[in-house]
Design a protein around this ligand. Structure first.
Ligand SMILES: Nc1nc2c(c(=O)[nH]1)N[C@H]1C(S)=C(S)[C@@H](COP(=O)(O)OP(=O)(O)OC[C@H]3O[C@@H](n4cnc5c(=O)[nH]c(N)nc54)[C@H](O)[C@@H]3O)O[C@H]1N2
Ligand SMILES: Nc1nc2c(c(=O)[nH]1)N[C@H]1C(S)=C(S)[C@@H](COP(=O)(O)OP(=O)(O)OC[C@H]3O[C@@H](n4cnc5c(=O)[nH]c(N)nc54)[C@H](O)[C@@H]3O)O[C@H]1N2
Ligand SMILES: [Mo]
Length: 771
């Protein structure tokens, strides 16, 4: 007898087919027009190979606790301990550190994608628990977007335009005449959505755009960032120079007198300063097509012609999140707004600017207007945080000053790190620097189903179950449904659901009743669903099915907003619908930034050369783009079929074009070494006509596998990337600013996955040695 179990992950909804307690198949959700192949990889979760099966403690830490030799992290053996002992140790460390050093010494930012379940959401539950016992140091913004939302909050008053609430794609598909895509609009990234996704709609909108014959200009170092059937013109720009192109286009429009002076006067502030910069007043350089051409490597006449077309037709600019994951990443977001404002098309159907379309599957789709289900984290009693990507800086420099959004703060002295549902040894830049920083805290706790590179480097590892081993529900503000995530199989080994782990810890910390509010798993799921259901009815008159019907069916629709035109009301009456900015208007020249005088985030959108880019490269250097992987979500399900399909000879593929390969004596399919002053790794070369000259592309997510005697073997780009903030204002991750060298590699060709698993086996006790 086959049981059909509805479930959902960040990459989509599906039905798990279960027979005799085991998974025998996975079927896509029937209403999903473009399901992700990653749904089939979930069978990996049910295999014990990389699963943490029992609570584990590093041998040296168990003996000496906070006085252990922390260099043992990542290589020293683990010992298995019973759950009760592991929970006592964790609760004991939280109490010890809080009472000895204060709660800010506990770092529980715990960034990461964990499961899409809104109830067992590991980092939310960690924060909910710690808020009941005095708080923790957290993080602000995300690796996905930090520089971008920081600048948008300042110049637009909020960051909705990069969270999926600029013009929706249904509006763009019907009304836009000229679409300029900076970065990607890719089904690759649109597979995923934080918190789950019912239907993947991006391709449908792109087909409509192609059908209508919209002129699409695709500005990106990678041609297949947009499907070829869209029929776009590919503009292979030098990475990290889009700001110069945007300013050159705006400068041409202004020089031709085609800028919308009425819109600039009514709806923006500081435009005089911005226009003076474009014109090159006061001895500056004039920002025009020739100037932009020299920086971007794109032809000046094409830039000039595009400027005329943008001004003369209904034009929409889209900017991927990737562009702000770079040094000065605030600028492409602000400059695109400046260009859109110069055309005067912000607030019109099919016009203006929006960010992150397709970066996640729900960005640009009709968005939910109701209340998404989610666990409350309670109130954080202390005001201690870092910008999300400043983790190594914090660990290496306790007490050092930093700035963020105009504020001056200092890094706390971190003694305890608790990470649940994230993988910093996947996601952070310059992993060799992180490895050094990771030796600083006294105790590191990791709660994850898998023996990730981060779990291996912990002192205490708590085995969480995966979502298919428990009940949960999915849904978020960019999804048109709430989805049931029913339990399909029994928990592997001794793994436990995240809520049960935090519930047991909360009891030990004396806050059990406040943490659980007396509800168990199913009571919580029902409660969270009913909160969304009552809100939909009360606020929108929208009737969702009752809980039993939802749970049985596996999905329930939520109210959504379609055909949204961003800032339409503001455009009509800026005084009445003032923005939450320093002037109530779109800020093109900022008094606040002028006062702050950051040299890396000036008072108007500006081109500044990044720390590493092709314009400043030594001969032989290539610009590394470490974008999101096609066949998995970050480091999750690395050994699943969809992920393995993109590896060659067991290794991640580095794409580069034929001329760059030839110049280095690199043949397709051979092993190459990538290196710079920060580190080195291996990859399999893939010669691709889709890659711009001077650019190399290596996806993220291979499991970090350093070896003593050579380069990292799996092809993890974060051994190469640059760990600096985007600017003193935004402090975002700058992963896409990175120069490397590449050469054929003749050394030891060991298999990365076997190497990882052999290293891990050396650290774990044999099963018979454990209680
Ligand atoms: N070079 C470079 N680096 C990047 C980027 C880039 O563009 N270039 N992109 C960045 C971006 S945008 C992001 S969002 C980050 C992503 O970085 P992460 O979110 O840290 O990456 P994931 O691999 O998704 O890590 C999620 C972890 O949660 C665990 N997990 C899954 N389910 C559960 C569960 O139910 N319970 C618990 N406790 N754990 C669970 C998984 O096993 C995994 O270890 O990477 C960033 N890093
Ligand atoms: N399959 C899959 N989908 C995912 C994820 C995943 O891990 N796997 N991760 C999800 C997450 S957490 C996030 S935040 C989003 C990220 O969404 P994005 O940031 O949009 O995705 P990326 O793949 O990092 O980058 C998109 C493209 O931007 C281009 N690009 C990079 N730098 C520049 C530049 O300077 N100029 C221009 N013009 N283009 C540039 C690159 O060619 C790259 O392919 O993806 C999400 N979707
Ligand atoms: Mo992300």
């Amino acid at each position: 007898m086959i049981h059909r179990i509805p479930h959902c992950s960040h990459w989509g909804a599906y039905t798990i087919l279960v027979e005799d307690g085991g998974i025998v198949g996975v079927e896509p959700f029937a209403d999903d027009p473009a399901p992700s192949p990653v749904i089939h990889s979930i069978v990996e979760w049910a295999k014990p190979d990389r699963r943490v099966l029992r609570p584990m403690v590093r041998e040296g830490w168990l003996a000496k606790r906070e006085h252990s030799d922390r260099n043992g992290r990542g290589s020293e053996r683990f010992l298995s301990v019973p759950w009760d002992e592991a929970l006592d140790l964790v609760a004991g460390e939280i109490s010890r550190v809080a009472s000895t050093h204060g709660n800010e010494a506990i770092f529980a930012g715990s960034y990461g994608w964990t499961s899409c379940g809104r109830f067992h959401h590991a980092s939310s539950l960690l924060k909910r628990m710690l808020n009941l016992v005095g708080g923790y140091t957290g993080h602000v913004d995300t690796y996905s977007i930090a520089a971008g939302p920081v600048i948008l909050r300042h110049v637009l008053g909020d960051d909705r335009a990069c969270g999926g609430q600029s013009n929706t794609l249904d509006d763009i598909a019907e009304n836009t005449e000229t679409l300029v895509v900076f970065g990607a609009m890719s089904p690759r990234t649109a597979q995923s959505e934080a918190g789950g996704i019912a239907g993947h709609y991006l391709e449908g909108y792109l087909r409509r755009i192609a059908e209508r014959g919209v002129r699409v200009v695709h500005v990106s170092p990678l041609r297949d960032d947009l499907p070829d059937w869209v029929g776009a013109e590919w503009w292979p720009i030098r990475p990290n120079t889009d700001t110069a192109l945007m300013l050159g286009l705006a400068g041409e429009i202004v020089a031709a007198g085609r800028h919308d002076t009425d819109f600039l006067a009514r709806c923006t502030s500081g435009s005089e300063e911005f226009l003076a910069y474009l014109r090159g007043d006061a001895g500056g350089q004039r920002k025009d097509a020739a100037w932009a051409s020299a920086i971007t490597g794109l032809p000046a006449d094409a830039i000039r012609a595009l400027a005329a077309q943008i001004a003369g037709t209904r034009s929409m600019l889209t900017v991927s999140w990737a562009l702000q994951r770079a040094h000065h990443g605030e600028q492409p977001f602000w400059a695109a707004l400046g260009l859109a404002a110069v055309t005067g098309q912000v607030g019109l159907p099919g016009g203006g600017v929006g960010y992150g379309y397709g970066s996640l599957g729900g960005v640009g789709a009709p968005f939910a207007v109701g209340r998404s289900p989610g666990m409350s984290q309670g109130v954080k009693p202390i005001d201690s945080f870092i910008p999300v990507a400043r983790i190594s800086d914090m660990l290496l420099n306790p007490g050092a000053p930093f700035t963020y959004q105009g504020e001056a703060r200092t890094y706390p002295d971190t003694r305890l790190v608790y990470w649940a549902g994230g993988n910093p040894f996947h996601h952070h830049q310059d992993l060799n620097r992180l490895a050094e920083a990771w030796t600083r805290p006294e105790t590191i706790i990791v709660q994850d189903p898998m023996w990730t590179a981060t779990a291996r480097r912990a002192d205490i590892v708590l085995p969480a179950s995966t979502s298919i081993e428990r009940n949960d529900l999915a849904g978020n503000k960019r999804c048109d449904m709430i989805l049931a995530m029913r339990q399909a199989i029994a928990p592997l080994g001794q793994s436990r659901a995240d809520f049960d782990i935090f519930d047991a810890l909360s009891q030990r910390l004396g806050v059990g009743p406040a943490f659980s509010e007396g509800r168990d798993e199913m009571a919580w799921i029902r409660h969270l669903y009913n909160e969304s259901r009552s809100h939909a009815l009360g606020a929108h008159g929208f009737l969702m099915p009752d809980f039993e019907t939802f749970w049985e069916r596996g999905h329930a629709p939520v109210p959504v907003q379609r055909n949204h035109v961003y800032l339409a009301r503001f455009r009509d009456d800026p005084a009445r619908h003032a923005l939450d900015t320093e002037t109530g208007l779109i800020v093109l020249g900022s008094r606040t930034l002028a006062r702050l005088a950051h040299d890396d985030c000036p008072s108007h959108p500006a081109w500044m050369a990044p720390a590493e880019w092709l314009g400043g490269a030594a001969p032989g250097e290539l610009h590394l783009i470490s974008h999101q992987p096609q066949g998995r979500l970050h480091s999750q399900l690395e050994t699943g079929a969809a992920s393995m399909a993109d590896k060659r000879h067991g290794r991640e593929q580095l794409r580069l074009n034929a001329a760059d390969a030839q110049a280095r004596g690199i043949a397709d399919g051979t092993t190459v070494r990538l290196w710079n002053m920060r580190g080195a790794c291996l990859a399999t070369a893939c010669i691709s006509a889709d890659t711009a000259p001077g650019v190399a592309v290596l996806p993220t997510g291979a499991w970090f596998t350093p070896v003593a005697d050579g380069p990292e073997v799996s092809g993890n780009p974060n051994v190469l990337t640059l760990d600096i903030g985007s600017s003193a204002f935004g402090q975002g991750c700058a992963a896409h600013t990175c120069l490397i060298r590449v050469a054929p590699y003749a050394g030891d060709n060991r298999d990365p996955i076997q190497t990882y698993e052999a290293q891990l086996a050396d650290m774990l006790p044999a099963l018979e040695e454990t209680p």
